[in-house]
Design a protein around this ligand. Structure first.
Ligand SMILES: C[S@@+](CC[C@H](N)C(=O)[O-])C[C@H]1O[C@@H](n2cnc3c(N)ncnc32)[C@H](O)[C@@H]1O
Ligand code: SF4
Length: 308
């Protein structure tokens, strides 16, 4: 990315922030759930198809996705994330996720990204790739499916990309394996960061107690001090321990587009689940909209500015 592009993008964010202070609330990021299809049935996930809560249609068309990207861009969003289901399972005829990533860039988004279980092809055209990693092989496969860990590691070997990070959801099965997971990321040259989240219910049975969460947060802060590549900002880690985060959710900054083209702000979860949100990204967004300099600095390079 050229210096002028970086200056232009930084200026855009600065203007967005000033407008936000003046009460002009516009989205900054768009998450498109492009499909509910998924090749896995992870124990902690209620999103994939086959589950009763998933509405029709299961996937958005290419044409509709591009129209929605343009509309989001016009509303102000500059960061575009593809989610699912499994985004790499998305198809429209011959078109794949790669075409959506390229379309997002064409529309003008500064940054494109997606989260994947890593069992399919990885698309290096994306500025950011988030791979789910819920622990060492044994526990990752117990949560996700036999063989998933090895497939993920093999696929990571196929790309040389500067911005691949691991996304871990901490739950009873892996709460004592955070250090081991951080070590896997540190030792793997194809990943350069680990972001930790707590589970957002349902399922209730996989939510940690506040005491357990506190212990995990203390461990993560210690790991950061030891030099492990943890992406959560310290402030966000502390805010993961707040009992009810719904009041702090910067819902206007983060819009969601669903496969049926419906939209919502914040995320599709509402009510109890929203109050007990365990997503770290929500804390980082919240801190950014509150002008927290340390968070802005740590997040901007990785998630805010073009890498191409
Ligand atoms: C819904 S998945 C979609 C992308 C892709 N299929 C994957 O597994 O990475 C996105 C992320 O949400 C996480 N996730 C699923 N259910 C969750 C829950 N109840 N609470 C918090 N995170 C959850 C997954 O582990 C994954 O890292
Ligand atoms: S791979 Fe992702 S979408 Fe599929 S079941 Fe697992 S967490 Fe859910």
């Amino acid at each position: 990315m050229g210096v002028m592009t970086a200056i232009g993008q930084t200026a855009y964010y600065g203007t967005w922030f000033l407008k936000e202070l003046l009460g002009i609330k516009r989205p900054l990021a768009t998450t498109m759930i492009i499909t509910y299809h998924c090749n896995l049935r992870c124990k902690h996930c209620q999103i994939a198809d086959g589950l009763p809560m998933v509405p029709q249609p299961h996937s958005i068309s290419y044409q509709a996705a591009v129209e929605e990207m343009q509309a989001s861009y016009e509303r102000g969003a500059r960061v575009l994330f593809f989610e699912g289901g499994e985004p790499t399972s998305w198809r429209d005829g011959e078109r794949t996720l790669r075409d959506l990533i390229l379309a997002g860039r064409e529309v003008g988004f500064f940054v494109t990204g997606y989260t994947t279980n890593g069992t399919n092809v990885l698309y290096p055209e994306s500025d950011v790739i988030s791979v789910s990693l819920d622990g060492p092989k044994e526990v990752h496969d117990a949560i996700r499916c036999e063989g998933v860990f090895d497939k993920l590691m093999a696929n990571l070997q196929t790309i040389d990309h500067p911005n691949v990070f691991a996304n871990m959801v901490v739950m009873p099965e892996n709460q004592h394996l955070v250090r081991e997971t951080a070590q896997i990321v540190k030792d793997n040259p194809h990943m350069n960061g680990l972001m930790l989240n707590f589970l957002t219910p349902p399922p209730e049975s996989r939510v940690l107690s506040m005491e357990e969460k506190r212990r995990v947060v203390e461990e993560v802060i210690a790991l950061k001090k030891e030099g492990y590549p943890i992406l959560n900002s310290n402030k966000a880690l502390h805010e993961l321990l707040m009992e009810d985060y719904s009041e702090r959710c910067p819902f206007w900054a983060s819009e969601f587009v669903l496969p049926d083209r419906s939209k919502c702000y914040g995320c599709p979860m509402r009510g109890e689940a929203c109050k007990r949100c365990g997503f770290n990204a929500v804390r980082e967004y919240s801190l950014i909209t509150r002008g927290n300099i340390a968070t802005i600095m740590s997040m901007a390079g990785r998630f805010g500015l073009s890498t191409k």
